[in-house]
Design a protein around this ligand. Structure first.
Ligand code: XIL
Length: 366
């Protein structure tokens, strides 16, 4: 028996990915999906890297690896309504169509956000009435265009400062917190099937900003406006991420208000490059904790990474000198963190939580 095992091990190591797909294990742990966001071929971070597309596309196309996707940019205001009243769904449709063709769950992102806004929105002198009209046209048109295709919409993105106070966006300046109520009311009418999320970063560890997110959920509920979920973006730094317990506590605090939770933009960047054995080990631990926290709490229903292939990541463009935040290196070998993710998911299937039980039942009935 013993010698049999030792001869089998090198073989297993030589075929690491064949039986180790993430989404399959996520579903076994009772999650609805483990997915990866993706951008439009040829655009932004992907420009000039066309040689990598065949291998990249093959990994993304494997539903055992990634069961959902999100357009990293294509549904944002800048792209869908570049001029007032002029809509362009070309980029957003590329990812939505890919999801439909591959039978993947689609998370839609993002209806109202202060960033990547079309320039005209900030250049216009608004009254509360005219801005309400503009938001109404935008949310109605975009949500109706994608009606029936989105498992969830990030209705409002990043409305909070770090201390949990309201961010001074153009929307807040003109309408106060009412813009949030307006956006959720409109989205609920335009796409009754989609789960409506509030989405933000740094709301994964207890503190002022988490209290702000809880306040948003309560504010909408108090007015009888539907909100179904909180999206924890989960953009982390290796070695500086919230602990497993902190993340579990926060997920449970959202769940206590009756909403579901998802990790919506998971990545764990290294703040020094090149990667070392040590920094990659820290990253592995952080991925394991983030995925483990979600998999262990019933209310956390899915995990999306913000792409999966390092060269396509937003991180090096946004955080100077940082990177290697995803699970696949440039040469398509996987980070040690890939196995951290798998370990967390496998561990959750063994916990006998009600969610894992559902997941195992799903797997065996399939
Ligand atoms: C990022 C995209 O990945 C980049 O390509 C783009 O240049 C900037 O935005 N929070 C969000 C995402 O909600 O929409 C952001 O995506 C990353 C931070």
């Amino acid at each position: 028996m013993r010698s049999h095992l030792t001869t089998a091990l090198p073989l297993l190591a030589a075929t690491p990915l064949a039986s180790a797909q993430i989404n399959k294990w996520a579903q076994a742990a009772g999650l609805k999906y483990f997915g990866a966001a993706t951008d439009t071929p040829g655009q932004r971070e992907r420009a000039g890297l066309e040689a990598a597309y065949p291998q990249y596309d093959a990994i993304l196309a494997d539903n055992d690896m990634f069961g959902s996707t999100t357009p990293t940019n294509g549904q944002k205001w800048l792209f869908v309504e570049p001029e007032q009243g002029v809509f362009n769904f070309t980029e957003g449709d590329i990812t939505a169509d890919l999801a439909a063709e591959q039978g993947k769950i689609l998370r839609c992102h993002a209806l109202v956000w202060h960033s990547q806004l079309a320039p005209w929105v900030e250049a216009t002198e608004w009254t509360p009435e005219t801005l309400t009209e503009a938001i109404t046209l935008h949310v109605n048109t975009v949500a109706e265009h994608y009606k029936g295709q989105c498992y969830a919409w990030d209705v409002v993105n990043e409305a909070l400062n770090e201390d949990g106070t309201w961010r001074e966006s153009i929307f807040y300046e003109v309408l106060g917190e009412d813009y949030i109520k307006l956006a959720f009311r409109l989205a609920a009418e335009a796409d009754p099937e989609a789960k409506l999320y509030y989405n933000d970063y740094n709301i994964e560890r207890p503190g002022g900003k988490v209290n702000g997110a809880l306040r948003i959920v309560e504010m909408l509920q108090a007015d009888g406006i539907r909100i179904d979920g909180v999206g924890m973006q989960a953009h982390f730094v290796a070695g500086g991420s919230p602990t497993l317990d902190e993340q579990i506590e926060v997920i449970e605090s959202y769940a206590a208000l009756g909403v579901e939770v998802a990790l919506t933009e998971l990545d764990v960047r290294l703040d020094t490059l090149p990667p070392t054995e040590e920094t990659l080990a820290l990253q592995k631990e952080d991925y394991k904790n983030a995925v483990g926290a979600c998999a262990q709490v019933d209310a956390c229903i899915g995990i999306t990474m913000w792409d999966f292939y390092d060269p396509f990541s937003w991180v090096p463009y946004t955080f100077e000198g940082e990177g290697a935040a995803l699970l696949w290196f440039e040469d398509f070998t996987v980070h040690p963190a890939y196995y951290g993710v798998l370990a967390a998911l496998k561990n959750a299937t063994g916990l006998c939580a009600s969610k894992a039980k559902r997941g195992m039942a799903q797997l065996f009935n399939a």
